[in-house]
Design a protein around this ligand. Structure first.
Ligand code: FES
Length: 148
């Protein structure tokens, strides 16, 4: 078997994701977060390729799971309806806090109280005024892949 750079990168990131997955349970209670020292725009992630981010059974309908892909990029995968998965950059569009997770059917940022739609990422309560950035994901069997 020949490994190219993309395969190796995806494989190593999958391992990283597995570690991050262990730390970010789907039913993790919403917790307070602090604004980051630098926004995502100031320190963009250089990840690219297809990254295995988990399996569908880890994210029941109505929940979400945060996955730290690297120090600059944490994503939130949501499951708003049966067989419908979405993923977003977890950095809040207000001031860059990492959103806390899904709470009462919305994506919650506890820094200043913003709420976002779990399907579209659009803000449903301020102070955030713009949508979370969507991340393309694919479901292959029971595996979820982020396409970066
Ligand atoms: S950073 Fe999310 S509400 Fe302010």
């Amino acid at each position: 078997m020949t490994l190219n750079r993309r395969t190796v990168l995806a494989g190593s990131l999958a391992a990283t994701s597995t570690i991050a997955l262990a730390a970010c349970a789907a039913d993790t209670p919403v917790t307070e977060t602090s604004p980051p020292a630098a926004s995502v725009d100031q320190a963009p992630s250089e990840l690219s390729g297809e990254i295995l981010i988990g399996t569908t059974d880890e994210i029941p309908v109505g929940t979400g799971k945060k996955i730290m892909l690297d120090e600059e990029l944490t994503i939130l995968v949501t499951h708003p309806k049966q067989d419908q998965y979405r993923a977003f950059n977890a950095s809040c569009t207000h001031q860059g806090c990492i959103v806390s997770g899904v709470q009462d059917g919305q994506i919650a940022c506890t820094c200043h109280g913003a709420r976002f739609n779990t399907d579209s990422g659009e803000p449903e309560r301020g102070p955030a005024e713009t949508a979370l950035r969507k991340i393309t994901i694919e479901v292959r069997g029971n595996e979820l892949y982020a396409l970066l």
